[in-house]
Structures are given as C-alpha cells and as structure tokens.
Design a protein around this ligand. Structure first.
Ligand code: V47
Ligand code: SF4
Length: 398
C-alpha cells in the first residue's frame, strides 16, 4: 500500500478521532500542535506514527538517504561540568586518566586524514580552562591553513558560552571571531533537554536552554547553519520533549538556520545515571517518527548510527530519518564510554552504502551543507552481487 493510501486508511477507519485529525493534518501538510505531538507519544502505535512520518520523509526526500565522510576530534575527555548523563564528567577528579591534547596533537590527528576523502571535521569535547578563545581560534586557523576545503563543524553553545564569558566577549562578538578564524558550522550538541526542570538536574551549571538557543540564533543571523539535538530517554517526560522541540521549531521559523534534528538516545554506561534503564527500540523509533512529524520546518532528521547500532539505524529509515551521519572512525569516545551499540564505530563508505541499500533506500554522499558529492543509486559493489537477503534464503528457481 502507498503511504498516502495508508494515511487515507487511518483517516477513514481509525477508531480514534484524534488520530484521524492528526493524520488529516499530515496529509494536508498542516503543522501539528503540541497537544497532537503529546497524543502521538502517549496513545499512537509505532506503526501509526511510522506511516505518518514515512509519508513526510518520502515527500521531502523520496528514498534518498544522506551520509557524509567526516572524522571527530575531541581535544579532551575531561570536563569541569558535571552532567549526570555524561561519562566525561567524572574524570575531573582523576584527570590523569583522561587526555588533554595540545594544538600540535590536534593537528597531528588532522594530518592523519590527509590521504582520505573526508569533507568535514567535527570537533567536540570536554570544557577546561586552557581550551579558550585563543586555543580554538588558533586551531581553526591552523586547520584551514593546512586543508582549506575541510569544513569545520565545531563546538556547541556549552563551550562558546564558557569561553566567551572568560574572554569577556558578547555572544555576537564571539561568534564573529570564530567565523573569522575558520568556523563553518555548529553541531547540535549541548541541547540535552531545554526545560529547566530537567536541565538543572542533569546538566546543572552549563549554559541554559535560552542561552543555547540565543547562540544558535546569532550564528544563524550571521548567515550560517547548525544542527540541533535532543537527549531523551532519561528522567524527562513527553511534555519536556515536546517543549524542547517547540522551542527549536519556533527558532527555526525565525531564522531557518537549522539543517538537521538529531535525537540522541541516552546510554547508561559509566555515568551517574547508570541506574536508569535505557529506552527500548520501539520508543526510539517512535521518537524519530514524532520528531519528523512535529518539526515540519526542519529539512532533515538524522540517526546517529554509532549510538543506536546499525540495525536500528536501518529501521529508522522507515520512521522519518533521512540521514545517517557519516563514516566516522573510532576517535569518538564520548559515546563508546557511555555504552553505545558500536564499540568501534567505523564503517567504510561501501559498508554504509550497503547498509542503506539493503533497506531499499538510495544512498547519497553529501557535504556538511547537503550538496551532493556522490550519488550511489546505480553504483554496484562486488559484495552486492553476493548478497541474497539477511536470512540467506536459498534462491528458488521456478
Ligand atoms: O550534547 C553525552 C550527548 C552530545 C551521552 O550535529 C550522550 O551532526 C547519549 O551533539 N548518552 C554531543 N548521549 C554529540 C552531538 C552530535 C553527535 C553527532 C552528530 C552531531 C551533529 C552532534 O552527546 C552531547 C550529549 O547530548 N551525550 N553523553 C550519553 N550517555
Ligand atoms: Fe562536559 Fe559536555 Fe559531558 Fe556535560 S555533556 S560533562 S558539558 S563533556
């Protein structure tokens, strides 16, 4: 059944008047309300939200599924903040167990990718006093001097708020300084859950939700792009998730600067919230789907595959997701320390392309700004020819 027929089926036959109403809105490309989103979280089934989200996903992108070739660099895994969900925060007490890279160390990492066709470096990590405006501007300049075409996607309002305050700079002045040094875009981290009821408990002391949004607003108004995340599945409830997405949707109406929304599933290893159970896959898929339905003004929804694992990432492509991040390598420690599915989150381009093709989607390598680099629709790898389905069913000759 086509998705529009499936939506028609819900509109005509659902026993729930509310579900009919939400399905009608999706069909008519009308924005859903906060109340509708709450209803979907609380009362709709996975298959119902999946039909609605997939309809929107296919309307926006057809079968296209994006990824990019990037690498992550983390200057340090020691952090003076004490976010309870983060496996870095505990290291401040035993600093010698962590790493604190110098500018030269960071440049060695960059140079290690000289012979690889990566288009983006994603820089994120702990907050420490020596990583200040001077350190980061020197780092950005050194990267651009070495490899001008490499897109620098770096730091979040958590770091920016801290380093600008220390340098007695306004956010405006600070972001202009970063741009002049070579910053190209901002990743979506540090958003967690904006609502103070939750944020104060899990991420006390770091920038507030309003400050996070203000730094993105300024960056967008300077003409640049960024992403947004939401850390879910810990102590928040559905109202907090909807509140978080509402604030993102409002800012996006104002600036149109966000590219991608990335829900991040809370992982419970090695942090102060280890006693909490992790959300189940059905919940993760529902969360992707409802994000896709609610955030009508976001072009893309991304599943960060190292965190959720390859199979859930494949499933997510039928629940609103159109982007699988990239072919990152194993320098990303924040997730492996928190218990991500992939202990060595590295995939070759061929593996990532196959992962996408095997769920009948159409892989596209993009740059950070979603310009197409390689269209893999008709590219056939040797290993494709050997693939006969997940269960390796015998080929039946009639
Ligand atoms: O803000 C920390 C999260 C984020 C845990 O913009 C955890 O393209 C789950 O934002 N369980 C940083 N999550 C990563 C991030 C990101 C990742 C990939 C792509 C992009 C992008 C951005 O990692 C933090 C925090 O929310 N995090 N600890 C944990 N235990
Ligand atoms: Fe530090 Fe970020 Fe971890 Fe919070 S989430 S402790 S700010 S590294």
């Amino acid at each position: 059944m086509q998705d529009s027929n499936k939506i028609g089926h819900i509109i005509n036959n659902s026993e729930s008047g509310k579900l009919k109403e939400v399905a009608r809105k999706v069909y008519d490309q009308e924005r859903i309300s906060d109340d509708d989103a709450l209803f979907l979280f609380q009362d709709a089934s996975l298959s119902e939200v999946g039909i609605l989200a997939n309809h929107i996903r296919e309307q926006k992108h057809g079968d296209k599924t994006y990824f990019n070739r990037n690498f992550h660099m983390e200057p340090t895994n020691v952090c003076l903040y004490t976010c309870t969900f983060c496996s870095y925060s505990r290291l401040i007490k035993k600093r010698e167990e962590g790493w604190e890279y110098s500018l030269e160390d960071m440049m060695e990492i960059v140079k290690g990718y000289d012979d690889q066709a990566v288009t983006e470096v994603h820089i994120v990590g702990g907050v420490l006093p020596q990583y200040d405006v001077e350190f980061y501007t020197n780092l950005f300049k050194a990267i651009k001097a070495h490899r001008p075409a490499l897109h620098i996607k770096a730091l979040t309002p958590v770091e920016y708020h801290y380093i600008f305050k220390k340098a007695k700079m306004s956010y405006q002045e600070g972001m202009e300084t970063m741009k002049a040094a070579g910053l190209d875009s901002m990743p979506g981290g540090g958003a967690e859950i904006f609502h103070p009821e939750i944020r104060d408990q899990i991420a006390g002391g770091k920038c507030s939700g309003d400050q996070w949004l203000e730094i993105h607003r300024i960056w967008h108004k300077l003409g640049h792009r960024s992403n947004a995340t939401m850390l879910y599945g810990h102590i928040e409830n559905y109202e907090h998730r909807v509140d978080h997405m509402r604030q993102l949707r409002m800012l996006q109406d104002e600036t149109k600067g966000f590219q991608t929304f990335i829900p991040l599933k809370f992982r419970n290893k090695g942090n102060q919230l280890s006693h909490l159970e992790e959300s189940v896959i059905v919940e993760d898929l529902k969360n992707y789907a409802i994000s896709r339905i609610y955030l009508d003004n976001f072009d893309h929804v991304k599943a960060y595959w190292p965190m959720i694992g390859r199979e859930t990432a494949q499933l997510s492509l039928s629940f609103g997701v159109d982007d699988l991040d990239g072919t990152i390598d194993d320098t990303t420690k924040i997730y492996t320390m928190a218990g991500s599915e992939e202990q060595n989150p590295s995939l070759t381009t061929e593996q990532l392309v196959q992962m996408i093709k095997r769920v009948n989607r159409y892989p596209i390598e993009r740059d950070t700004l979603y310009n197409v680099i390689t269209d893999y629709k008709d590219v056939v790898f040797e290993s494709d020819k050997e693939f006969r389905g997940y269960l390796e069913l015998p080929v039946i000759n009639n």
